[in-house]
Design a protein around this ligand. Structure first.
Ligand SMILES: C[S@@+](CC[C@H](N)C(=O)[O-])C[C@H]1O[C@@H](n2cnc3c(N)ncnc32)[C@H](O)[C@@H]1O
Length: 355
């Protein structure tokens, strides 16, 4: 396909996802206000200038996504990757689940789990209905609905934000390894495996590993990743605070959308563990929500996000100095960038580590 046609197709594809998400949110908010008319509704101060700025940064994100594929960071096909089967199978379930979600929101129930969910062995901070999700991260249905929910939340841009880790990842690896050598890459809190899928597309020969606390999400990741050519990534149920790998094992470690869901002490421990398992000279790349310093005008929306979406650690996260945490762990050359609603930290483990 000539480039201009591919680019137009990509823009139309993204426009379609965005319109669908906006339509879904409009209808579901109206329904919610019919069911719970007395409850105060989300009243963010979305002034026209802010809306314009948000639309502009969304467009810049999509431009960056397109440009990275054009530069060969990853193949163009990946731009159109969408879990269609899941979409058609689970969108009705997502709609049916909404009544239960609103009921829990109304009753302010934030740690409600079905009786058959085994809650043993998880850190207490994890046992939450993050984003009011039914059964938190601990059921098959939650794993089936998760990608769809994130796409709706970010108006169809979640994958474009995940893919922004790929350029710094490849750059970091190219400084470290000869071209023909296969890197080992770990994605911490891999969830349903979408980031690993994109890393596989960008680095077809890499040995990939993923850890997550949720067995249901790991099963979902396995389902997704086993459809891809190449060696299946190794998926392990583990806490990012205590990684089951030896020191210096990986040339690169990544994580996407994890840190805002961790209390501050766990954030530092995950960073310390990422440092331990990364090879000297290797890179650690994190992607998560923007923070207060990045966009002060978004502060009212960020504060609202914490309570409206039940994100109990988000308020602390948006003011947490993660550069300092990375440096405290021993990382150097820490740089940060923003794309739309997300922020990226790229850090390097020094060649010689003292102690
Ligand atoms: C918001 S989701 C992000 C998932 C995925 N990285 C993505 O891009 O969609 C957060 C994930 O972190 C996992 N998680 C939370 N705390 C964890 C921890 N301490 N160790 C490992 N995984 C954790 C959850 O099970 C969930 O899959």
């Amino acid at each position: 396909m000539p480039d201009t046609i591919t680019k137009l197709t990509y823009q139309t594809f993204q426009q379609g996802k965005s319109s669908f998400a906006l339509g879904h949110k409009t209808i579901s908010n109206r329904l919610k206000s019919l069911v719970f008319p007395l409850r105060q509704q989300n009243s963010n101060n979305w002034n026209p200038e802010l809306i314009f700025k948000i639309q502009q940064s969304m467009q810049e994100l999509l431009d960056a996504d397109w440009e990275d594929s054009e530069r060969g960071v990853y193949p163009a096909e990946i731009l159109f990757d969408n879990p269609w089967l899941d979409f058609f199978s689970y969108y009705p379930a997502l709609c049916l689940d909404m009544a239960g979600v609103w009921d829990r929101m109304h009753k302010r129930q934030y740690q409600a789990f079905s009786s058959e969910i085994d809650k043993e062995g998880y850190p207490s901070y994890y046992l939450q209905n993050f984003h009011h999700q039914t059964d938190g991260y601990l059921s098959e249905m939650s794993a089936n609905l998760y990608d769809l929910q994130v796409e709706l939340l970010f108006n169809g841009t979640a994958d474009a934000m995940r893919r922004r880790i790929l350029k710094p990842l490849k750059e970091g690896l190219s400084k470290l390894l000869p071209k023909d050598q296969k890197p080992r890459v770990l994605d911490i809190a891999c969830g349903t495996g979408r980031t690993l899928k994109f890393i596989r597309a960008a680095l077809p020969k890499a040995s990939l590993f993923g850890v997550d606390l949720s067995p249901a999400y790991l099963r979902k990741a396995n389902e997704l990743l086993s459809q891809m050519p190449g060696v299946l990534p190794q998926l392990i149920q583990a806490n990012g605070e205590k990684l089951p790998f030896r020191d210096n094992y990986f040339q690169a470690t990544t994580n996407v959308f994890l840190f805002h869901e961790l209390p501050h002490f766990a954030r530092q421990r995950v960073i310390n563990e990422a440092f331990r398992v990364t090879q000297p000279g290797g890179v650690f790349i994190m992607c998560d929500s923007i923070q207060a310093v990045d966009s002060p005008e978004m502060m009212p929306a960020m504060k609202g996000f914490s309570s409206i979406f039940h994100e109990p650690y988000y308020k602390h996260y948006i003011t947490d100095d993660l550069v300092k945490r990375l440096e405290e762990a021993g990382f150097v050359d820490v740089s940060t960038t923003n794309h739309f609603m997300s922020k990226y930290w790229v850090a390097r483990k020094p060649e010689s580590v003292e102690g």
